[in-house]
Ligand binder design. Structure first.
Ligand SMILES: [Zn+2]
Length: 376
């Protein structure tokens, strides 16, 4: 028993060391240009909306629970042509990312992206994408501090990246998911005041809104409130590895408000474009930043199950993945490709930075090879 433990410990130490060595030939052309990676999640945003836009059967009060006038919602988000329709909902995704990156998960075109954790709700999904493997113990959003190390915590432990990893997310539970007391990652989450008490009038105003705005969910701040300190953090701290978690697409689904779900999905697209353009305007990020976009789970389908997700709602395991950056071939919307899994995201984040996460965490799934390295 003792011998086996010693061997195991030595092996683990060796694997950690190997993980510190950059991948010799990660990209098809060898050298990667990515110096910064941003992983962005829109909680519970379905692949159906991503690829086919607004669902016509939910643009009413009876099934979509909408308060808007249906004709107003249709003017904004309905187009007869499916490509125009999805572009009306996600203009940045379907113009910029589709032109310069890759998008997986359109099941109508033979591309499947799915979670493998068997639960299809948030904590198990974030654990799977961030650590690279599902963990059957994590079967509740109230699980508590994550025993697993995320790829962000691992990258933050590397000398070249230490202190250059940051997390901005609307959901307070990320304190547990990233195990903040162990990882010591800088987290800006939930309704915690985003700025120190002694700051300028602009910052004090946002602190006041955080304190006084009526909360739909005590654990989840509005996406627009989080976007401001996020953009400030980009300009001031300039993190090289960044996690951004938007939560409203899930909350408005649970609330049964399809109109607000569409508006928050549209805002998510705007926030991603704003983040991309802000980063491209800064020398540290220009031409050297890769974005990875995804969802932590899907949802059910039909006239009522779109509101919820989990094992009860069929199809909740289906998600989507979009990647854009200097090392990702501009193949656009992918069709008839091999199935990809949420667990592959962790190693993909590391691989884009030239690091082999699986040497440190052998249980992690391999990177999505198609998005790492260009054959130019
Ligand atoms: Zn949910």
């Amino acid at each position: 028993m003792l011998n086996r433990n010693v061997v195991r410990a030595a092996l683990a130490a060796l694997l950690l060391l190997v993980g510190l060595v950059p991948l010799a030939n990660a990209g098809q052309s060898g050298e990667l240009r990515t110096r910064n990676v941003v992983l962005i999640v829109s909680d519970g945003l379905r692949w159906q909306e991503i690829f086919t836009g607004a669902d016509p059967s939910l643009l009413d009060e009876a099934h979509g629970g909408i308060w808007d006038k249906p004709q107003d919602l249709k003017r904004e988000f309905w187009r007869d042509d499916v490509n125009e329709r999805r572009k009306a909902l996600f203009p940045f995704l379907w113009t910029t990312i589709a032109a310069h990156g890759q998008i997986f998960g359109n099941q109508t075109k033979g591309s499947i992206a799915r979670v493998t954790n068997g639960f299809a709700f948030s904590y198990p999904g974030y654990n799977e994408m961030l650590t690279g493997h599902p963990d059957p113990r994590i079967n509740s959003n109230e699980f508590g501090p994550n025993p697993n190390i995320s790829v962000f915590e691992w990258l933050n432990g590397l000398p070249q990246l230490h202190g250059q990893v940051a997390v901005y997310a609307s959901w307070a539970t990320f304190k547990d998911i990233f195990n903040v007391s162990r990882s010591h990652l800088p987290l800006h989450v939930g309704w915690d005041p985003p700025y120190p008490a002694k700051s300028g009038p602009r910052e004090q105003l946002l602190n006041e809104l955080y304190a006084t705005t009526t909360r739909l969910d005590d654990e989840d701040v509005y996406d627009s409130f989080m976007q401001i300190p996020l953009l400030d953090g980009i300009r001031k701290q300039k993190p090289r590895v960044l996690f951004v978690g938007y939560g409203e697409t899930d909350n408005w689904g649970h609330a049964g408000r399809y109109d607000l779900l569409l508006h928050s999905a549209h805002s998510f697209d705007h926030f991603v474009g704003q983040l991309w353009n802000t980063m491209q305007s800064l020398p540290q990020y220009r031409g050297s930043t890769t974005f990875i976009l995804t969802a932590d789970h899907g949802r059910g389908s039909g006239l009522s199950e779109w509101k919820e997700h989990g094992v009860e709602q069929k199809g909740s395991e289906n998600v989507w993945l979009a990647v854009m950056g200097p090392d990702t071939e501009p193949l656009g919307e992918r069709s008839h490709v091999a199935e990809i899994h949420q667990a592959q995201i962790a190693a993909t984040v590391a691989a884009l930075l030239g690091k082999d996460y699986r040497n440190a965490v052998p249980a992690a799934a391999p990177p999505v090879a198609d998005v790492v390295g260009r054959s130019r």
